[in-house]
Ligand binder design. Structure first.
Ligand code: DLL
Length: 436
């Protein structure tokens, strides 16, 4: 289903022509009104009025999270605060948050893109959408909320947490679409089972899950436990929030809404753009944002782009599920590993619970990783032999698929903290030493 068929199915030539026009206007505007960009462009010898073609993009400077931080809070805004009608922020790992702003027009764009995203997965005005993303400075809650309202669906703005109540209201209010992080969806599924509520007792049809990496193996787990079709939605506050990309019903990659966001994949080491089909860091340029337009924003997210036209007919390129953030990549004896790769192995093996964490430590100069994963309920933890055998199988599976040897620690059910938002997959103990 399309929200805006003419736009979503236009030809590639039309799309590129639109993008080039918008890019040219964007660079002209930020070059004129944002001192940061005026200086960056000048340093590269680029005059804002020089940019007319999509090919010119590769010559433009990158913007990083550090640039946003250095200009905290409003330094990169292209409009005065009088024009800004909403502020969101994402909590960083270090002190100050990253602050983003929206004009009235930006909010309309966002709402429209979220309506487009939700429509792509089958949400209609007959849907009942339970928004269990956090409301507040995080963009998840309000982002999905306004998109669903725009469609005319019935919105339940419950926010995250209070999981038993989530299950009760889903049942009583007839929720058809659940929107939350995939890890919280799993927590809800677990609580549901504990309450004796089965998927057939609910009317769930779609799950709109994102804001953190998750695997196809996790998708199958969640789909079975909740009795719905689970779709991946991607976005980041700096670019607009959720609604930068979403899977369609084909579930073969996330369509990037390229009429508003130019997407590239670059080599994270060299910064060189990579061709379609190659893995690298996602970089976005906002084509229509007013309050906080960004040129070539480096996301740190690793993915692959595919340009073949999708069965759904949309013109937009597809990005593969995000493997992880460069910040979360572990280097285990020279091999790069994302937590999502360990997740895939654990869930494929299927002998443990899908709740896990990676504990990273340092012995001497080498990083050591211990995979903590829960045994299934009723597993005889006091039978050393059984425990050792399971541990060996988990270790063996990780080693044979990922080519790294890790330690595995099997833990009792319910000992790994349950997520109500973005799950914490890595427990980093290295800092303990670094600060000494
Ligand atoms: O997480 C926006 C969002 C809300 C997206 C709800 C989807 C659903 P931030 O808090 O700024 O914004 O975090 C953005 O989260 O750079 C990725 O690292 C990660 N991320 C977001 N969506 C996905 C996804 C929101 N579908 C950061 N898969 C991004 C993997 C994701 N990672």
């Amino acid at each position: 289903m399309y929200w805006d068929q003419a736009t979503e199915t236009m030809s590639r030539e039309q799309l590129e022509e639109l993008q080039a026009r918008r890019l040219s206007a964007l660079v002209g505007r930020v070059g004129a009104v944002v001192p940061f960009y005026r200086e960056r462009l000048a340093a590269r010898g680029i005059h804002p009025s020089d940019v007319h073609r999509l090919d010119d993009l590769r010559h433009l400077p990158f913007t990083t999270k550090k640039d946003l931080r250095d200009n905290y809070p409003y330094g990169l805004f292209a409009v005065g605060l009088r024009e800004v009608v909403r502020v969101h922020a994402s909590s960083g790992t270090t002190g100050k948050p990253t602050v983003v702003g929206y004009t009235h027009h930006d909010l309309e764009t966002w709402q429209d893109l979220m309506a487009r995203a939700l429509t792509a997965v089958g949400v209609t005005r007959d849907s009942v959408v339970q928004v269990a993303y956090g409301y507040g400075l995080f963009t998840g809650g309000l982002g999905v909320h306004y998109g669903a309202e725009r469609i005319g669906a019935s919105v339940i703005p419950i926010s995250g947490g209070n999981t038993k109540r989530q299950v009760m209201l889903a049942q009583d209010f007839g929720t058809t679409c659940l929107a939350c992080t995939p890890s919280y969806a799993l927590t809800i599924a677990e609580t549901m089972a504990e309450m004796g509520v089965e998927p057939k007792d609910l009317k769930l049809r779609q799950g709109v899950f994102g804001a953190e990496p998750w695997t196809n193996a996790m998708r199958r787990e969640i789909e079975t436990k909740l009795g719905l079709q689970a779709y991946d939605i991607y976005g980041l506050s700096e670019i607009i929030g959720p609604g930068v990309a979403i899977e369609c019903e084909a579930k073969t990659g996330l369509h990037v809404f390229e009429d508003h966001f130019l997407v590239e994949v670059i080599d994270p080491e060299t910064g060189e753009p990579l061709p379609y089909g190659e893995k690298g860091e996602l970089v976005f340029t906002t084509l229509t944002k007013e309050a906080l337009p960004l040129i070539r924003y480096r996301t740190g997210d690793i993915s692959v782009l595919h340009a073949e036209r999708c069965a759904c007919g949309r013109v937009f390129v597809r990005m593969e599920k995000v493997k992880g953030r460069t910040d979360d990549m572990l280097i285990i004896r020279g091999v790069n590993v994302f937590p999502s790769q360990v997740e895939a192995v654990l869930l494929e093996l299927g002998e443990t619970e899908p709740h896990y964490q990676l504990v990273v430590d340092r012995t001497g100069t080498l990083d050591e990783v211990e995979v903590w994963v829960e045994v299934p309920p009723g597993f005889p933890m006091d039978e050393v032999r059984r425990l050792e055998e399971l541990e060996r199988r988990v270790r063996g599976a990780i080693e044979s698929v990922l080519g790294i040897s890790v330690r595995v620690k099997l833990v009792e059910p319910h000992t790994i903290p349950r997520s109500e938002g973005k799950a914490k997959r890595i427990v980093d103990r290295r800092e303990l030493y670094e600060n000494n």
